[in-house]
Design a protein around this ligand. Structure first.
Ligand code: FES
Length: 109
């Protein structure tokens, strides 16, 4: 009998799949961390919610070409990597594993 792999991310249910339509996002708090969960082309992405420039929420930013745009000053962040693709933000955001199981959204931080 083997023990559970301790390096496996610990997923936590944050909400329902039905809460996020395609090309939309929503903010959740997971273990004290604000996380934006964004659905793009049917796939969920999870990244730090707050923009590294001046703390605007990325959960409601416009989404295009694989990036979410900050609603305040329009910095763009790659949804897969969190990399800052355009200024004024210089620093990227962290990304997190996210999955959907039985109609629930689960994130690991
Ligand atoms: S707060 Fe996001 S670009 Fe300024």
């Amino acid at each position: 009998m083997s023990e559970a792999n301790s390096t496996e991310p610990e997923f936590q249910t944050v909400g329902l799949s039905s809460e996020i339509a395609d090309e939309r996002g929503r903010g959740y708090e997971v273990k004290g961390i604000r996380v934006a969960v964004i659905r793009h082309e049917g796939k969920l992405h999870a990244l730090d919610e707050m923009c590294t420039h001046a703390d605007a929420s990325l959960a409601f930013g416009p989404i295009r070409e694989g990036c979410v745009m900050c609603p305040w000053h329009y910095a763009e962040f790659n949804l897969e990597t969190g990399e800052a693709m355009s200024g004024p933000a210089c620093e990227g955001v962290k990304t997190y594993p996210v999955r959907e199981i039985d109609g629930e959204i689960q994130v690991a931080v």
